[in-house]
Design a protein around this ligand. Structure first.
Ligand SMILES: Cc1cc2nc3c(=O)[nH]c(=O)nc-3n(C[C@H](O)[C@H](O)[C@H](O)COP(=O)(O)O)c2cc1C
Ligand code: SF4
Length: 394
């Protein structure tokens, strides 16, 4: 695992953020996190402070609330959470502990991707160390009544279990299928109790936000996307790895840093992301422009974009949980469409139908998997017209 840039979050002294948090009221901590503007690093970009406030205000009849760290990291092309869990596990746990103080949670779970089982022993040691140091368990750091502990649960390799409600189903021992909204997990999550599900990176930034202050975090990035962001850069680059950039960094700057200047296109957001042509490399990575949980896959000059689309759609056909029709049936139809494009058998009328199907899937699928699986294909059709139409018989 190569981390190519210094990690700002690791420059904060251990547990200062937690001590700062415990010196404030939970409501103050929520306020500080809200003011920092930090948004979820798992991809959807939901404001973290708002999520925490909703969970802290939701009634918890038996007094239970939960903090879940989403370490499922299944998006093809994403590996920055693995880096954080390997290199700075204490920061992730510290972030969970601050979250627990903020929302009044007594229990936490790290939902660890099955393939990351080799990290489990090190994470267990981290938890044990922190219990022994009074940083987890009863009356944390001498704070009367603040009792919080964390256990680790392993996923079993289903991509959809990274979706927060499928994750909760899986944690409760059921098949990992997304739940109906409403209610949201902040109101009724794990075992019906108010629950926050946050990405590993989101939680890892929290100690720095508390230790350095909301204004520091707000001063980095763009107006709608504060703070630095970790990116997992892979594909046709000389220096693949994990990079930290301020939000707003251009695609071109990422390519220059990683040695991918000759790219013909860049996939921003992994298999569920979009394909960005070279003419758009001056666009920025942020929630306002090109949104990503962190996956940047660089496609060099020799890549056939339809091969990539086929590969991604095969993945979604495999990973769809099959619960809703647009995703269950739509992905195989899109896949066959891409294959017919490759064979030069897809006429303009059929291409138009596939495009409409992609938009219908985005509108009508039940969860983010089906809502985003057409993204790459649609971006090819919209932004790589000549490449697609060359393959369309007239
Ligand atoms: C199919 C699918 C897979 C997902 N996988 C992950 C994942 O591996 N890690 C993650 O943090 N979020 C993942 N998400 C997003 C989560 O549902 C959720 O938005 C996120 O964990 C919230 O944390 P954040 O607000 O800190 O980003 C996935 C979403 C979908 C639809
Ligand atoms: S969109 Fe796909 S993964 Fe999500 S619920 Fe529907 S079938 Fe399952």
């Amino acid at each position: 695992m190569i981390i190519r840039t210094p990690l700002t979050l690791a420059s904060v002294h251990p547990d200062i953020g937690l001590r700062v948090a415990l010196a404030r009221t939970p409501a103050d901590v929520v306020e500080q996190v809200t003011r920092s503007g930090i948004r979820g690093r798992g991809g959807a970009g939901f404001p973290t402070g708002l999520k925490w406030r909703l969970a802290s205000e939701a009634p918890a009849p038996d007094g239970r609330r939960h903090v879940v760290c989403n370490a499922d990291e299944g998006e093809p092309g994403t590996f920055k959470d693995r880096a954080l869990l390997s290199v700075v596990p204490d920061l992730v746990v510290e972030g969970m502990t601050i979250a627990a103080w903020a929302i009044g949670a007594t229990s936490g779970v790290v939902y660890l991707r099955g393939e990351y089982v080799y990290l489990r022993d090190e994470l267990e040691s981290c938890l044990a160390r922190r219990r022994a140091a009074g940083l987890l368990g009863n009356d944390i750091l001498g704070t009367p009544g603040f009792c919080f502990d964390i256990h680790i649960r392993l996923g079993s390799g289903a991509y959809v279990c990274g979706e927060e409600t499928a994750l909760l189903e899986s944690l409760e021992g059921r098949r990992g299928e997304p739940r109906n909204r409403f209610p949201y997990p902040v109101v009724r999550g794990l075992y019906q109790a108010p629950t926050i599900v946050n990405n590993v990176e989101t939680l890892a930034w929290v100690p720095a936000v508390l230790a350095r202050g909301a204004d520091w975090f707000l001063g980095i990035g763009t107006p709608g996307s504060s703070g630095p962001k970790l990116l997992s850069v892979s594909g046709d680059v000389a220096r693949p790895g994990v990079y930290e950039f301020p939000f707003g960094v251009t695609v071109r700057a990422v390519l220059e840093a990683s040695g991918g200047e000759d790219a013909r296109a860049v996939v921003v957001g992994g298999a569920s992301g979009v394909c960005v042509p070279a003419s758009d490399f001056s666009r920025g990575i942020s929630y306002e422009d090109l949104c990503t949980g962190g996956a940047i896959i660089v496609l060099g000059p020799h890549r056939d974009l339809l091969d990539v689309a086929e590969n991604f759609l095969e993945f979604f056909v495999d990973e769809s949980c099959g619960q809703c029709t647009p995703c269950r049936l739509g992905n195989p139809v899109l896949l066959e469409g891409v294959r017919s494009l490759k064979r030069g058998e897809c006429g303009p009328e059929r291409l138009g139908e596939l495009r409409r199907l992609g938009h219908t899937m985005k509108d009508a699928s039940k969860c983010g998997l089906g809502q985003s699986s057409p993204n790459f294909f649609l971006s090819l059709v919209d932004r790589f017209g000549p490449e697609i139409s060359d393959r369309v018989p007239v």
